[in-house]
Design a protein. Sequence first.
Length: 394
Amino acid sequence: MPEFQTDVAIVGAGPAGLLLAHTLHNAGIDSVVIDNRSRDDIAHTHRAGILEAGSVRMLEAQGIESRVHTSGHRHDGIDIRVDGVSHSFDFPSLVGESVWLYPQNEIFVDLSAARERTGRPIFYSVTDTAIGDIETEQPWVSARTEDGEELTINARYVIGTDGSRGPCRAMIPADTKQRFFHEYPFAWFGILCEAPASHEVLIYSRSERGFALISQRSESVQRMYFQTSPDTEVADWSDDRIWSELQSRVEGPDGFQLKTGAIIDKNILPFRSAVTEPMQHGSLFLAGDSAHTVPPTGAKGLNLAFADVSVLAPALISALKNSDAEALAGYSQTATKRVWKAQNFSYQMTRMLHSDPSQDAFETKRSLGELNSILESEHGRRYLAECYTGWPKG
């Protein structure tokens, strides 16, 4: 029966959990990491693909051999397309920053390799995860390994980076936490396709037929979405129908045409926003999707998880290296300031760019006025560029 005595038990081996583990390792702090998913499942889950410059700098600062600069692509802006007319944003000229297109599953591959090089424990495909004694200085985590052995981790702190469905958030007593939740009246129909990129940067398109996002994954695989009803059935949409719908939402007087190819994946993505406060209780701390989720319109999910790590890691280091327990006391208050800024930006982008079937004509026109106020103002464009490329971390 494996049993560990460690400084930090990390429940969740996604990018946030692994970046935290590596940051702590570089500071001489030990950790044990577990996840209920297999390594292969995480490595092949296609999710967020935009990294803020600050997130890239976090990877670089920890000496992680990331392929973001060799396999990723720097994007110096986005296009916002309104009824077929493009409005280009040049991020370097507006705010002096860029973003990087680099899929989250590739970040995981880099971080998991970095963890393996340290030789420190990481367990995938665990089951029956339980957390206990979080109101003491001797919390524990137990689970069953892939081989069926009972695993026990005794630690000083437990960190939940286990996503929105993991067990850690539920450990915070109901009478001490608040859960803020908002569900949007639409979803995204997403595809992965084998095709060259249709444009050098991402296109966010608002049209009378609804929203579309022309995104990318690599030189030969692209990610695209169009707004749809949450009850849409994937089986009702043939490839030809999907391409016709996507093209209709980006057409304009410039004659822009999507580059098409074989569709290799289709899925429906519901739209929700959620925040749990506080992000800590006793010896338990939450980071990433276990504490908050955002709609993907603002490209904030993974970056927000990394921002949590930028606050939590130095506080843990100070607590464990300098016996400064107070360093952790303000973690939630500091982290949630950025969380709510990201929630606001994600909500704003979503509402400005989508058609809402429940809106009256006034609200539809008002949201277009809000969008034009940003597009037609230098200050507005700088505001959007700053939010998109990211506020300072930590």
